[in-house]
Design a protein around this ligand. Structure first.
Ligand code: DPN
Ligand code: CA
Ligand code: ZN
Length: 308
């Protein structure tokens, strides 16, 4: 059965059903703490030529910051090294060493910025929300039924290179234990949307994860829309490997419609993120309400998926 499941996963056919089983209420992630991580990413960019890009010192400094917080909180961390575009790249993998290691729930986002700016919304926001969620797991001394694993990816901006290198480094058996991957890339857009990745837009898009993320926003009375993000972020590497995926997104270069402005507030006919991939993607380019809500949904999803 195990071998058959692995073979099917390699063939990209099997989608393991994801079971949501919230036992303990998900915590409220403190947005001030998420913002403090963003300030640190901004400080790191300022001290390293204005960016946190692949192959540049600001990327490695960002990774070292996240890793030191996780190590102090009791995570088992590992730096996964790869080479891309002639430079050494790094992914940071952090396991909460509790729960069933044969049933792993994974959450991640990219930690690199483009070279033009500090990348605070793209993707300091998702990175910081994931970090604060992980630290909350530790603070609560969570004992989930399934094992929780977090990933911070390098070289996403060059074509999902870090997440792809990580997935490619896993054996079929190691892939098979990952029952779900949820991705958080851009969660604090200044003119925000509350998008959930559409399950139908992915080879292994999971309706169960889509439903769960929608329920997370609904629990805070936030209306959502589904969006087809296709292969534009790191979930794609996991989807290609047959792992059920989902995620949330507050929008990038596309303009908010009048109907969306009515529903979510903000400005119609203005991009969700006017500073997308620009030097102005700084800590001023963050909507705190969006950052707060998306970060709370990270926790909502992980508590539920892991059977916390
Ligand atoms: N992946 C983002 C980027 O790095 O440019 C943009 C994006 C994020 C697009 C999430 C779709 C969904
Ligand atoms: Ca919160
Ligand atoms: Zn980007």
């Amino acid at each position: 059965m195990k071998l058959l499941a692995s073979l099917l996963l390699v063939a990209g056919m099997a989608v393991t059903p994801v079971q949501a089983q919230a036992v303990q209420a998900a915590p409220d992630i403190p947005v001030a703490s998420v913002q403090a991580h963003l300030s640190e990413f901004q400080r790191i960019a300022n001290a390293n030529g204005g960016n946190r890009a692949h192959g540049r010192p600001g990327f490695r400094a960002s990774l070292d910051y996240v890793k030191s917080k996780l190590d102090a909180a009791g995570f088992t961390t590992r730096i996964h090294q790869f080479t891309a575009s002639g430079a050494v790249g790094y992914n940071l993998i952090a396991d909460w060493p509790h729960g069933d290691a044969n049933n792993v729930i994974m959450a991640g986002g990219h930690l690199d910025s483009v070279s033009r700016g500090p990348g605070i919304n793209d993707n300091g926001s998702g990175s910081a929300g994931l970090l604060e969620t992980a630290l909350t797991v530790s603070r609560q001394n969570l004992r989930p039924a399934k094992q929780l694993r977090f990933g911070w990816w390098g070289a996403e901006e060059l074509g999902l290179l870090g997440s792809t290198a990580y997935v490619n480094s896993l054996t079929a058996a190691q892939r098979a234990v990952i029952k779900a991957y949820v991705n958080f890339d851009m969660t604090g857009s200044p003119n925000p949307a509350y998008f959930v990745y559409s399950a139908s837009g992915q080879p292994t898009g999971s309706k169960a994860i889509e439903d769960l993320l929608e329920a997370g926003f609904a629990s805070r009375s936030v209306p959502t829309e589904l969006t087809s993000v296709g292969g534009r972020s790191d979930h794609a590497a996991f989807a290609r490997a047959g792992i059920p995926v989902g995620g949330t997104f507050s929008g990038a270069e596309v303009r908010k419609t009048a109907a969306q402005a009515q529903k979510w507030g903000g400005q119609a006919n203005v991009a969700f993120d006017r500073c997308y991939h620009q030097a102005c993607d700084t800590t001023s380019n963050i909507n705190a309400t969006s950052l707060d809500r998306h970060s709370d949904v990270i926790a909502y999803a992980l508590w539920s998926l892991s059977g916390a």
